[in-house]
Design a protein around this ligand. Structure first.
Ligand code: NAD
Length: 356
């Protein structure tokens, strides 16, 4: 399996280096061969080539089976021309690879329940859900859009528009993800008000015919936002459109309370997927061996599970090793608690490797 690796900026290089050690060990344990090639993105790419997403990076990504990313951005590039900001590299690669589905798990390791923002009786039921968000359609990209003057006053407008094929393909991603999990899919829409949501619901129901073993439910987005804090344990996989997914995926991850723990995946059709931690480049702790590498290590697990070659057992081995490490009381600074064994970035990866 060919993996294009883009450490990026800030803590990116430190966390990706540790994730690659884990990947190596998984390869040795399961007799898999991973070929990695490094590419530039973000601020380091601007420094080296003047562009946040150089042509060479695109070529390497497109030739790979999967892409692993650290993080991009930092104060050094905050004041440069917005058209070549590091974040442009990230938007550019998502677009170039046609990544229309964003998969964001929000799971709370029981060992980290102290970090969760919810009441203990709610947390006790467990949180282990996956938000599948449509990434390239809806109000963020729909036309017509703009701000203009009509009848002597300004008017702003966007268009929440979905073609049937866009709904069908994201629904399929949702059902496939549910198949790999607890076989429950909740489609979130606003079909009581929005026409686009009515079509959304219709198409999701049509796709469900191909997945008789998956339990499908529907929920309005306002209720879903409330249910996520009231009882997140009811959810397995949530599938929803771009704007609703943007909000719900952030809500779901923030309730777990630990940004250094959460991986994500963006996938398309026929192109390599992009796997990355949800956090940024954390310039405040970069280069100090303080970063939590677990979100990136868990991103490698997602890479194995959701990329072409379907390596569920390998992914599960990584997740189990991470959980064991937490059970042993090891913590980085961001998830520290009283009585824990505080480790640096490298030492945390050492502990995961030992458990693997
Ligand atoms: P951030 O996620 O980088 O950091 C927020 C806080 O969380 C900081 O205190 C940081 O130290 C801490 N943190 C984040 N990841 C951690 C980890 N693995 N271990 C321990 N602590 C961790 O968000 P920010 O400070 O708003 O942004 C910093 C830079 O990152 C900006 O340039 C921003 O544009 C960029 N950014 C990039 C991405 C991405 O690459 N996907 C995402 C968000 C922000």
């Amino acid at each position: 399996m060919k993996i294009c690796v883009m450490p990026g900026d800030g803590i990116g290089r430190e966390i990706v280096a540790q994730a690659l050690r884990v990947l190596d060990k998984v390869g040795a344990k399961f007799g898999r061969k991973f070929e990695t090639q490094e590419a530039l993105i973000g601020g380091v790419a601007i420094d080296a080539t003047g562009s946040p997403l150089p042509e060479e990076t695109l070529r390497l990504c497109k030739a790979a089976d999967a892409v692993l990313l650290g993080a991009v951005g930092g104060p050094k590039w905050d004041t440069i021309d917005p058209s070549i900001r590091p974040e442009r590299g990230l938007l550019g690669i998502r677009k170039e690879l046609g990544l229309f589905a964003n998969l964001r798990p929000a799971s709370l390791f029981p060992e980290l329940r102290h970090a969760c923002y919810l009441r203990p009786d709610i947390v006790a039921k467990g949180i282990d859900l996956l938000v599948v968000r449509e990434l390239t359609g809806g109000a963020y990209f729909g036309t017509p859009k703009g701000v203009e003057v009509r009848g002597g006053e300004r008017v702003g407008f966007n268009n929440m528009i979905y073609f049937e094929h866009e709904i069908r393909r994201i629904a399929k991603v949702g059902f496939e993800a549910a198949k790999k999990r607890r076989k429950k899919l909740c489609s979130v829409d606003k079909a009581n008000v929005l026409d686009v949501s009515r079509l959304w619901r219709e198409v999701v129901i049509e796709v469900s015919k191909d997945y008789p073993d998956i339990e499908l439910s529907h929920m309005y987005v306002d209720n879903a936002a409330m249910q996520l804090v009231r009882d997140p344990s009811q959810f397995d996989v949530i599938v929803t459109e771009n704007l609703f997914g943007d909000i719900l995926s952030d809500e779901a991850s923030v309730i777990t309370g630990s940004i250094g723990m959460l991986p994500s995946a963006s996938v398309g059709e026929g192109n390599p997927g992009l796997f990355e931690p949800i956090h940024g480049s954390a310039p405040d702790i970069a280069g100090q061996n303080k970063a939590n590498p677990l979100a990136t290590i868990l991103s490698v697990a997602m890479l194995l599970r959701y990329s072409v070659s379907d390596m569920d057992a390998e992914a599960a081995a990584i997740e189990t090793a991470v959980q064991k490490t937490l059970q042993q009381g090891y913590r980085t600074g961001d998830i520290r608690e009283e009585g824990c064994k505080l480790l640096g970035c490298v030492e945390m990866a050492d502990a995961v490797l030992a458990n693997l």
